[in-house]
Design a protein around this ligand. Structure first.
Ligand SMILES: [Zn+2]
Length: 91
């Protein structure tokens, strides 16, 4: 069974967890985190690789780790934007 995995998504989720560990945003509920991940992914290029039962079959993963700083910058920007106006209006 082959899976297509977007390495950018993995990196964005990791970057958000790293960010939230050291920073506080006005709301970090599950929905806001999903909004931040979705919006960040729309702004970043996707890097799909083929995985066979969790095993990475292409070289994309190592090639895209250089984008880590760019991904973190985008996640921080998006987190601040979502936190300023969460999509759920009633808390
Ligand atoms: Zn929220």
């Amino acid at each position: 069974m082959f899976d297509l995995i977007n390495h950018t998504e993995t990196s964005v989720r990791q970057a958000l967890q790293d960010y939230l560990r050291e920073n506080t945003i006005s709301c970090s509920c599950e929905q806001c985190q999903a909004d931040i991940i979705a919006l960040s992914l729309n702004r970043l290029p996707s890097h799909y690789y083929v995985s066979l039962r969790g095993e990475i079959m292409t070289r994309w993963k190592s090639q895209t780790t250089t984008n880590k700083a760019r991904i973190m910058a985008e996640v921080v920007r998006t987190a601040q934007q979502i936190s300023a106006s969460p999509s759920h209006l009633s808390e």
